[in-house]
Design a protein around this ligand. Structure first.
Ligand SMILES: CC(C)(COP(=O)(O)OP(=O)(O)OC[C@H]1O[C@@H](n2cnc3c(N)ncnc32)[C@H](O)[C@@H]1OP(=O)(O)O)[C@@H](O)C(=O)NCCC(=O)NCCS
Length: 229
């Protein structure tokens, strides 16, 4: 858990989202190691690849080190120009995966893109749906986002199902290179009006009151810097 001194200097470290037994929080080094070891144990079947960058290929050690380097590289990006928030997901205190969000030109576009993964042992039990619903709540209710987007390879049934179940609208397809071969992704989008239509259903999915901690100080860090006159 981030110390008060760290949170004072780096407010993003103090952000937490909680509902029932689910917690999403900033990834400190200890949690990063837990998540690295979890990913090393497998995130998907060998024959599939749900990610644009195939970071899950290789030995458990290589995958774990990839998680660490990604998380360490993500941390500095807390500004109006580029925002990257990576939250560790814990169920009753046990790390199970990551729910991330990023935004470019946040202060102008107010659009967040999300991504996520769970350790294999934790998949298919509704956690992915609950953590996405929590992320939507965080983006729209706490961050005051206007748009949230996501994309999934068309052959990733679980991820597509999560986006549909939480109420996103289809936003076209895109062709991308996956491990050297052309593949298709389905894009999803939710704007604020749509969120207001699906908020109650997502609240039911979450199944408990949501508590968001530490977001005001984070938002203050995202104020655009006035150009020097
Ligand atoms: C994608 C992921 C986060 C979804 O989380 P999850 O906890 O497994 O999903 P849930 O249990 O909430 O299930 C959501 C829906 O997917 C369906 N589903 C889950 N696993 C499935 C599978 N292997 N095949 C088909 N459908 C599946 C569920 O039936 C459910 O559908 P419903 O809403 O119609 O009932 C998780 O499976 C995962 O980490 N996968 C590997 C990494 C990944 O794909 N990340 C996303 C990259 S875009």
């Amino acid at each position: 858990m981030a110390s008060p001194r760290l949170i004072e200097l780096w407010p993003a470290a103090g952000v937490r989202i909680r509902a029932g037994g689910v917690e999403m929080r900033w990834i400190d080094d200890e949690l990063a190691v837990d998540l690295a070891l979890l990913a090393g144990n497998g995130v998907h079947e060998e024959g599939s690849m749900p990610f644009n960058s195939p970071w899950t290929r290789g030995s458990a050690r290589e995958v774990g080190r990839s998680v660490l380097s990604f998380q360490w590289a993500a941390r500095p990006h807390v500004s109006a120009k580029r925002l990257v928030l990576e939250f560790g997901v814990l169920i009753d205190g046990e790390p199970v995966g990551i729910q991330g969000a990023s935004a470019d030109d946040w202060s102008v576009l107010r659009e967040v893109e999300t991504g996520s993964w769970l350790g294999r042992a934790h998949q298919g039990r509704g956690i992915g749906s609950r953590m996405r619903a929590l992320m939507l709540h965080f983006c729209f209710e706490a961050m005051h986002a206007e748009h949230v987007v996501s994309a999934a390879f068309t052959d990733n049934a679980a991820s597509n199902a999560v986006s549909l179940r939480t109420g996103y609208e289809l936003d076209g397809v895109q062709r991308v290179v996956r491990e050297g071969v052309a593949a298709t992704q389905t894009r999803y989008r939710m704007d604020r009006d749509r969120w207001l239509q699906v908020r109650a259903a997502n609240q039911q999915l979450i199944g408990a009151d949501v508590e968001v901690i530490g977001v005001e100080a984070l938002l203050a860090d995202l104020e655009p810097v006035e150009p020097a006159s």
